[in-house]
Design a protein around this ligand. Structure first.
Ligand code: ADE
Length: 426
């Protein structure tokens, strides 16, 4: 582990010697992040974050590095910490510190106590803006750092799970500042949650198991935006996909999208691979493990590692063995085994590299512009949740299309008039 030296910003990363590889990979990701690159160029001119202290609690990946560089170009004084103990890319953390002078506290595999210590270090930076991914920093701020609330201009939130928590905070009356709900932007969840999670979840499973997905029965728990992507991509790889849901509208949508839908208790004996993507807890429980096939694989792609009840699994277990990286076999008292991937944490970030840069380009464009919006509207936004403005969402999509070399039609004056009138009918 490397800690601070005189010439470098404060940091706690695994090994600064990994920086050259990290830099190369950050630059590789940048090739697919043209929208963020344009924002970075403008920020470099306009310096919207001059004098702003910023904390970003994100997965420390090549894509996050490009976000951090855009914020730095805009003048932000940033501290970056991991939003998950297993998702940090140590080479990226090293490069951000030694090549770009950004303060990073993140080590892949850090224990939960270290994770929480890093949250404290981040808050010690006395941020004006917090970029959160799961709302851990925001929850800590409103509970235990009330004295710092006056410093806060606002926060942004990246995930569905984080927004659920923020709504609960607002209901409890503890949210005294504006929050930009980045996840709810169309250019975020339509793409990152669906295509990003869809691809990267399978990427994680394949990197740690190298199994053939064709012909396997994959059980996807949930049918929100992330789960939809996973189900769609598993089907594309030739798996038979079963969806489990608690929401009748989403269950119906899954049925009409052509998936088999049933309760987890019925899916348990059928599945070869189980993927939880619900945002809720204990979606796979003891009673489900009891019914699974010998050798069934279980993983999670929801934000927190509570979707699979690993305590219930341990209670049934006589021995455990890591059989490949991020692949652990639990031998049960019944004689059968269950294989847990990525310790039940986000499989796409634990065993692979998270969502590809091309979708994170739009998510992080929303983050960057959401932060700018907070600063520009300082003092004018009510406490509570605020959407990314529709015009910003549309602009990000337009820039992405341009970067992809795709042109689209625009409305004729006659069509605009028609769209604004109600008199023309049958
Ligand atoms: N969340 C999912 N994928 C990610 C990535 N590549 N970088 C940062 N956050 C992510």
């Amino acid at each position: 582990m490397t800690t601070a030296t005189l010439s470098l910003p404060k940091h706690e990363v695994k090994d600064l010697g990994l920086a050259p590889l990290g830099k190369q990979r950050i630059e590789w990701a940048a090739r697919e992040m043209q929208v963020l690159a344009q924002i970075r160029e403008r920020f470099a001119q306009e310096k919207p974050f001059a004098g702003i202290r910023l904390v970003a609690c994100c997965h420390v990946t090549t894509e996050t590095a490009n976000l951090a560089l855009a914020l730095q170009a805009g003048g932000a004084d940033s501290v970056l910490i991991a939003s998950n103990p297993l998702s940090t890319q140590d080479d990226v953390a090293a490069s951000l510190v030694s090549d770009y002078g950004i303060s990073v506290f993140a080590i892949k595999g850090e224990d939960v106590a270290t994770y929480h210590r890093h949250v404290q270090i981040a808050l010690d930076h006395r941020p004006n803006i917090i970029i959160d991914d799961g709302s851990d920093v925001t929850a800590e701020l409103v509970q235990h750092r009330k004295g710092q609330l006056a410093d806060i201009i606002g926060t942004t939130e990246e995930t569905t799970t984080g927004i659920v928590r923020l709504k609960a905070m607002f209901k409890a009356g503890v949210l005294s500042f504006p929050v930009m709900t980045v996840n709810d932007a169309e250019t975020k969840h339509f793409f990152d949650n669906r295509y990003g999670t869809g691809q990267s979840t399978l990427d994680g499973i394949l990197r740690c198991t190298n199994i053939l997905l064709a012909g396997k029965t994959v059980v996807v728990a949930g049918y929100g935006w992330c789960a939809k992507g996973v189900a769609m991509r598993a089907r594309g790889m030739g798996s038979q996909v079963i969806v489990t849901e608690v929401n009748p509208v989403r269950a119906l949508e899954a049925v009409m999208d052509g998936f088999r839908v049933m309760p987890m208790s019925e899916a348990a004996p059928l599945g070869d691979i189980f993927i939880t993507v619900t945002g809720n807890k204990h979606v796979i429980r003891g009673e489900h493990f009891d019914r699974m096939k010998d050798g069934a694989m279980v993983c999670n792609s929801g934000h927190f590692d509570i979707e699979v009840d690993l305590v219930a699994l341990e209670e049934r277990t006589t021995s455990r063995q890591v059989v490949r990286p991020f692949t652990e076999e639990f031998r049960l008292k019944s004689g059968k085994s269950v294989v847990v991937l990525g310790e039940g944490r986000l499989i796409n970030l634990a065993a692979a590299e998270g969502h590809p840069a091309s979708v994170m380009d739009m998510s992080f464009a929303n983050q960057a512009l959401g932060c700018e919006y907070l600063v520009k509207n300082k003092g004018n936004l009510a406490p509570g949740l605020h959407p990314i403005p529709v015009e910003v969402d549309q602009e990000i999509a337009a820039l992405k299309l341009k970067a992809m070399g795709i042109q689209i039609d625009s409305l004729t004056p006659e069509q605009i008039e028609y769209g604004n009138s109600w008199t023309a009918g049958t």
